[in-house]
Design a protein around this ligand. Structure first.
Ligand code: NAI
Length: 209
């Protein structure tokens, strides 16, 4: 497979390809043409071919794509078979919902610890995982070496905490704290998530109609 720099829009489409191919596999579809896949996904066939060409192209002329194989290859690129250690900070409404409803395993991650500064939460658990006090975060990170942190804390707390987490070895942040984190460290990856942005995009498109 040829190696080249992959653009962010292509990378952002990969989980969607992975999900659609999973549905196809579930429907026992063995192979699919770029045209059929494009129709299902609301993309153009040339877009799909272009995207897959970034990774060396997976299809065969006149045959299309082998669904299971293609899903495995994309899964490999996305690292879904890896077990990235994840901690979640902030076990409030959002944190509990994420812990309970996000399928971390499916994404190549494993939620191994939940932390909160509220002493009333220490010793309770959510999604079967005990909530630990922040005082134990340092030793937990040294022992279990998580590499990703999910931030479900108020935005005022986020930036300071991020610096601390980086010093504990965290290299990736899934940040829900309504604050666009910026980290001046090229080795640290931040994914800021704002559900409201998505809703606002929908509302805008509705008004355009
Ligand atoms: P919440 O008040 O129910 O939970 C926040 C939790 O964080 C509490 O348990 C609190 O004790 C803990 N906490 C506060 N400061 C902390 C610190 N320094 N270290 C560790 N734990 C700390 O709030 P909720 O509803 O769960 O929301 C959490 C955050 O997520 C808020 O900033 C909210 O605005 C944001 N949010 C973001 C969304 C998005 O789409 N990005 C959607 C919904 C909420």
């Amino acid at each position: 497979m040829s190696k080249q720099v992959i653009s962010t829009p292509v990378i952002r489409r990969l989980p969607r390809y992975y999900r659609f191919l999973g549905d196809l596999e579930h429907e026992k579809v063995e192979r699919i043409s770029s045209r059929e896949l494009a129709l299902r996904m609301g993309l153009s066939a040339s877009q799909i071919r272009q995207d897959f060409n970034c990774f060396g192209g997976f299809g065969q002329q006149g045959y299309g794509y082998h669904v299971k194989e293609l899903r495995e290859i994309i899964g490999g690129i996305l690292g879904v078979r890896e077990k990235t250690g994840v901690i979640l900070i902030g076990a409030g409404n959002l944190g509990k919902a994420i812990a309970a409803h996000v399928d971390f395993q499916k994404c190549g991650c494993s939620l191994i610890g939940i932390f909160d500064s509220d002493p009333l939460l220490a010793g309770t658990s959510t999604a079967g995982i005990p909530i630990m006090p922040m005082e134990t975060l340092d030793s937990f990170c040294r022992q279990h070496k998580p590499s990703v942190a999910v931030l479900c804390i108020p935005k005022e707390a986020a930036q300071t905490l991020v610096e601390i987490l980086i010093s504990y070895g965290i290299g990736g942040f899934w940040n829900f704290s309504h604050f666009d984190l910026r980290v001046n460290n090229p080795d640290v990856i931040v994914e800021n998530v704002h559900l409201g942005d998505s809703l606002m995009t929908l509302a805008f498109c509705m008004h355009q109609e």
